[in-house]
Design a protein around this ligand. Structure first.
Ligand code: COA
Ligand code: AMP
Length: 638
């Protein structure tokens, strides 16, 4: 007999216009759409063509008008500063309207870009929503990226204004953001006209006269600005994510489809009701932050928690339980790495006994594979459903999940459960033929993608086609390999490209190789992702030095590590690197990174038939054991 999930799934594929057209009724439209799914320019599909909307209106003003003005929209909980602040929907509307007024006074209008480089403070959300209010396009850059990465994004997005803060606080460290911003603007070919700086007392920034404005002084004077209706198909934001080169991909999200999809997920995937407290413990710089700290909970009239802290060390492994208890959180969404960190410090979850977790009903995990050990640990101690779900920056919301608001299925550890309505996921083998149940292949999605997914890449339609649609015509390539089992459960096994996932942060080993190759002493290099008990994966570098370099190897390694930190940022967690005489390659010269990774992870591997010189492999093994790496691995399988 069919259940609510089966019915929804079937309808979403057979009648996408009816399915999503109905979901769209939950939002307020300035002007209704003329076409739900516009396929007039395949493969660039568009949703809700002809419709006019404002995302900020639906996320903020609407709730004030409908009686939620006094309800907390945001709870800011910052153990690193000792501040807990509650911002009601009415207060949020006023702050956003004023900040939109300030942006407008700097010339920001519909379609202009605004780069936001902020720590986890409510003002980051205010800036995003204010940009949406004006119909401008925001691009949030994660604070853990270095000046060079910020510069690349400024050059590509060409923002009129950059919004930033004087500093971020990482555990006990205060990280001054302003010098990074100044350096990024110096490096970038595009110069923004204005920078608006939110001063924090932990490190005040020096403002550059004529270019920089003080947030608080200017916002206090700014007249509130009304919501500007935009086309449903107009861009709401650009979010840069790692590609296979140093040039990140600017994922473009529209306004209309994005709102419809996210609002639908709150009820049907997360089973959340308006008014509830929803906490995504991530960062606004990542897609999880965009979708589930900011837009989805606010579109749904929930209270969202903005947490400026870590799962451990701020002050201890009970931090998450304290936040849940204090703010009566019902749903928590985070990355498995956060739970691995808690489990490592408090293996018996003894801290839990200190807190009243009676409000807490469900935990969602995503961003990387959930290892069954961690999942079982969370289930055992929290005694609530623990739901792994699979998605990507590009998709904006879950491709596979246990849809708690439709029909919860029994969990199979290692699987993010079933394909979510709206997605036609298939597994294709090397010959592009459908794989059998249980057979690993490329995970692809038959076009059109549902609403809320990437419309294109910013200023790079051709790269969008080449990266996602060219290899499997008629399908979107997720870049993940995996399989579907006999019951239709999805298993996501590995990336098919050079993307690695470090503490839930998506990074490109190719981008790290580009940085290492620029070191004057390096002739050749390779970076691989190796298993790590805490972060899931960690990057590991191999350097071949140029002939005649007589510097001590330790010195080159130190410089190489520093170079990656300076160019990509601390978030890359690139700390281990070794010098080797040569790299294993195929006869056509391709570096055998997969084989090196298997050696580092102590996995069995077959000698590649195409290897040029098999005698190099023992050298690699020896180099790894010399940096104590092989030994560490034995103790820490994931
Ligand atoms: N601004 C500046 N620097 C930042 C930063 C930010 N927003 N975020 C991270 N960094 C820095 C860290 O300080 C650290 O620097 P270090 O090398 O000087 O120590 C480095 O980047 C790596 O950070 P991180 O990966 O967060 O490692 P960590 O050791 O500080 O913490 C965890 C490990 C598991 C506790 C942490 O990664 C975590 O809480 N993860 C939760 C999951 C998550 O948020 N995932 C995001 C996607 S859902
Ligand atoms: P990001 O774009 O940073 O969200 O990273 C997306 C990638 O993270 C995916 O392509 C997967 O490789 C991985 N990922 C995200 N969620 C999961 C999950 N639940 N299980 C396995 N891998 C995941």
């Amino acid at each position: 007999m069919s259940n609510a999930y089966d019915l929804a799934y079937e309808r979403s594929l057979k009648d996408p216009e009816g399915f999503w057209g109905e979901a769209a009724q939950d939002l307020v439209w300035e002007k209704p759409w003329s076409k739900v799914l516009d396929d007039s320019n395949k493969p660039f599909y568009r949703w809700f063509t002809g419709g006019m909307v404002n995302t900020c209106y639906n996320a903020v003003d609407r709730h004030v008008e409908e009686g939620r003005g006094d309800q907390a929209a945001i709870i800011y909980d910052s153990p690193v500063t000792g501040i807990i602040r509650r911002i009601s929907y009415a207060e949020l509307r006023d702050q956003v309207a004023r900040f939109a007024g300030l942006l407008a006074a700097q010339g920001v209008a519909k379609g202009d870009r605004v780069i936001i480089y902020m720590p986890m403070v409510p003002e980051a959300l205010v800036a995003m929503l204010a940009s949406a209010r004006l119909g401008a396009v925001h691009s949030v850059v994660f604070g853990g990226f270095a000046a060079n990465e910020l510069a690349t994004r400024i050059a590509d997005a060409k923002p009129k204004v950059v919004v930033s803060a004087s500093c971020g606080i990482e555990g006990s460290k205060v990280i001054a953001y302003k010098p990074l911003l100044d350096e990024a603007i110096r490096l970038s070919s595009h110069k923004p006209e204005r920078c608006i700086i939110y001063q924090r007392p932990q490190a005040l920034a020096e403002l550059q006269p004529g270019r920089d404005l003080d947030w608080k002084t200017e916002a206090a004077k700014a007249p509130p600005h009304a919501c500007v209706p935009v086309a449903a198909t107009d861009p709401l934001y650009i979010l840069y994510t790692s590609g296979t080169t140093g040039q990140p991909k600017g994922v473009v999200r529209d306004n209309g489809g994005h709102m419809v999809a996210l609002k639908w997920t709150m009820k049907h995937i997360y089973n959340v009701k308006p008014g509830e407290v929803y906490w995504a413990a991530s960062d606004v710089g990542w897609v999880v932050g965009h979708s589930y700290i900011v837009y989805a909970p606010l579109l749904h009239g929930c209270t969202t928690v903005v947490y400026e802290g870590k799962p451990v060390g701020t002050p201890d492994a009970g931090a998450f339980w304290r936040v849940i208890a204090q703010h009566r959180v019902r749903t928590l969404f985070t990355a498995p790495t956060a739970f691995r960190a808690i489990k490592r410090e408090d293996p018996k979850a003894e801290m839990l006994a200190r807190y009243d977790l009676s409000s807490f009903e469900q935990l969602f995990l995503a961003g990387e594979r959930s290892d069954p050990d961690t999942l079982a640990w969370a289930e055992q101690h929290l005694k609530v459903p623990v739901i792994d779900h699979w998605w990507q920056t590009e998709t904006g919301w879950a491709i596979a999940a246990n849809c708690m608001g439709l029909h919860p299925f029994p969990v199979k550890h290692g699987s993010p459960t079933k394909v979510v309505p709206g997605w036609d996921v298939q597994v294709l083998d090397d010959a592009h033929q459908p794989a059998k149940p249980g057979q690993v292949g490329s995970l692809v999605v038959k076009l059109p993608l549902p609403p809320g997914t990437l419309a294109t890449l910013w200023n790079a339609d051709q790269r969008f086609l080449d990266s996602y649609l060219a290899e499997f015509p008629g399908y979107y390539k997720t870049g993940d390999a995996g399989y579907l089992d006999e019951d239709g459960y999805v298993y996501v096994m590995a990336r098919t490209d050079d993307i690695i996932n470090v503490a839930g942060h998506r990074l490109s080993t190719g981008a790290m190789e580009e940085v290492l190759a620029s070191h004057p002493d390096v002739a050749e290099c390779a970076v691989i992702g190796v298993a790590d008990q805490l972060k899931g994966q960690l990057p590991l570098g191999f350097l071949v030095l140029k002939a005649g370099v007589d510097k001590p190897h330790d010195q080159v390694v130190k410089e190489a590590v520093q170079l990656v930190r300076e160019r990509i940022g601390p978030v890359a967690a690139f700390k281990t690197c070794t010098v080797v005489n040569r790299l294993p390659k195929t006869r056509s010269g391709k570096i055998l990174r997969g084989t090196m990774q298997k050696i580092a992870d102590h996995q069995d591997f077959k000698m590649p038939a195409t290897i040029d010189d098999p005698t190099i492999l023992p050298e690699i093994e020896e180099a790894l054991s010399q940096i104590g790496y092989a030994k560490a691995r034995e103790n820490s399988p994931v």
